[in-house]
Design a protein around this ligand. Structure first.
Ligand SMILES: Nc1nc2c(ncn2[C@@H]2O[C@H](COP(=O)(O)OP(=O)(O)OP(=O)(O)O)[C@@H](O)[C@H]2O)c(=O)[nH]1
Ligand SMILES: [Mg+2]
Length: 451
């Protein structure tokens, strides 16, 4: 990290201001060459805004007025000397300045490179660095809060003590191997300690499901046989004419995905192709998609038409959604020729009568959806576990279970110590202490340039 990197940290395009960030050992020196003010940047205090002009050093031409911030390492985001220019948000100007800075020796930053430097300089551990991508990419308030909890080190504060425990255990096991006469190891007490670590890891896994809900949303397909009003229901819940509605059965052929927010948690609604036997190739692909959306569902809204009897096709859908959390929307209650009532369906789950034409009952349906979300804890209370952490915790548990088996079989201590070592290394991948450089690169490549 002996080079100095530069990037635009605000989105490309016209804006009120644009922030250009320089980080690395030469950043103050390079900045000085394009910045004209009464003060010399070498002497200005850290973290204090300075007014001045951007100047082309070759022609002496003034390009813009701007504010500039010097942040000296290690007290900066990256841990290195950093300079930020706050210029007018013109893409032409921003490109011009970045080009000048590159001519003076800076290199264009790679995606996530500022944050990667922060990680490599020990400013953040890996799970906290990952939280920064999740904050930037948050799609909902709950997702944002969950990511912020992670940024504050909630996960690391759970993992680090477990790593300490494992380290102590390894030290004792190794002492037992090296000095078998002096150190007496009890298989039973080692087993108890490992079991208690497994239990704590299992508790952490409980957070994975909720973390996914907060960040990705609750997956909620709207299913039913053709023409019952699934697309109409999507539209009325969204408040816009998103999906095509016609009286022709088989109108929707592909899935349509849109998101609404319920108490800050994203609910991902999926309008699906009505399920029926069909010879039409396109429609049958749509039906397959519907079926796979049911498999992935957290909640299903099953739509039934009041003006028709329950048909074979309805019962088929009942069957394939049976083991899901389900709400039945008994639709078209505005019609006079009513054949179905709540009592005919309530054995299948909670029923809400609605009309997508008059809007009646839609608020009740929203309320029912909300009730199904009761029991989802507030994101600040859940230890955030993303998919990567979840996989590592599971691997770690497996290693520890192998160690336990070894203990029960009274295998030699060095074999058990090997498993405990492995489990320690696996946990270290969460915080980044033992993560391979490939994985670090992969994580930071998901960032945007300038972060
Ligand atoms: N009277 C009445 N008609 C409705 C209601 N909801 C939907 N419809 C009508 O029912 C027909 C089918 O509606 P869609 O929303 O396209 O039904 P769908 O389930 O998406 O149908 P497919 O995409 O073909 O599976 C349209 O003519 C709608 O106007 C309702 O609450 N009352
Ligand atoms: Mg439809």
């Amino acid at each position: 990290m002996d080079d100095t990197i530069v990037a635009l940290s605000t989105p490309y395009g016209e804006s009120g201001i644009g922030v250009i960030r320089l980080s690395g050992p030469a950043s103050i020196e390079i900045a000085q060459k394009v910045f004209k003010s009464k003060k010399n940047l070498r002497d200005v205090p850290s973290h204090k805004a300075i007014f001045g002009y951007i100047v082309n050093p070759k022609t002496e031409e003034l390009l813009d007025e701007c504010l500039l911030l010097v942040m000296r390492g290690p007290h900066s985001y990256t841990g290195e000397d950093t300079v930020e220019f706050y210029v007018h948000g013109s893409p032409v100007l921003e490109e011009l300045i970045i080009k000048l800075l590159m001519e003076l020796g800076a290199r264009l930053a790679l995606p996530g490179e500022f944050t990667k430097r922060a990680f490599l300089n020990g400013k953040l551990d890996l799970s906290r660095a990952e939280a920064i991508i999740d904050i930037i990419q948050a799609k909902s308030e709950a997702g944002l809060k969950s990511a912020f909890t992670q940024l504050q080190g909630r996960l690391s504060s759970e993992i680090k003590p477990l790593m300490e425990n494992l380290k102590d255990l390894i030290a004792e096991l190794e002492a037992g191997i090296d000095f078998p006469e002096e150190v007496e190891l009890s298989y039973e007490s080692i087993g108890e300690r490992i079991s208690s670590i497994i239990e704590r890891l299992n508790n952490l896994l409980g957070g994975a499901y909720f973390t996914r809900l907060y960040r990705k949303g609750i997956y909620c397909p709207i299913v039913g046989r053709p023409n019952v009003g699934k697309s109409s229901l999507l539209n009325i819940l969204l408040g816009e004419e998103r999906a095509i509605v016609t009286p022709i059965p088989g109108t929707t052929r592909d899935t349509i995905t849109e998101s609404i927010s319920i108490d800050g948690i994203p609910l991902i609604l999926i309008d699906t192709a009505g399920i029926r036997e069909t010879q039409d190739l396109v429609e049958s692909i749509g039906v397959n998609r519907t079926i796979s959306s049911i498999e992935n569902a957290d909640i299903v809204i099953w739509v039934v038409d009041v003006s028709e009897p329950l048909r074979e096709e309805d019962l088929e859908i009942e069957k394939i959604t049976r083991d899901k959390k389900r709400i039945i929307a008994l639709n078209k209650i505005d019609l006079a020729n009513r054949l179905l009532y709540v009592k005919d369906l309530e054995m299948y789950g909670p029923v809400v009568e609605v009309s997508c034409v008059t809007g009646e009952g839609i608020d009740r349906l929203r309320l029912k959806l909300k009730e199904l979300l009761v029991g989802i804890p507030s994101p600040e209370l859940v230890v955030p576990i993303n998919v990567r952490h979840e996989a590592l915790i599971k691997r770690c548990i497996n290693r520890l279970l192998t160690a336990l088996e070894g203990i029960n079989a009274k295998l030699p201590i060095d074999i058990i110590a090997g498993e405990v070592w492995e489990s320690y290394n696996i946990l270290g991948e969460i915080t980044g202490e033992t993560t391979s450089i490939d994985i670090v690169e992969e994580i930071f490549s998901r960032f945007c340039v300038g972060k």
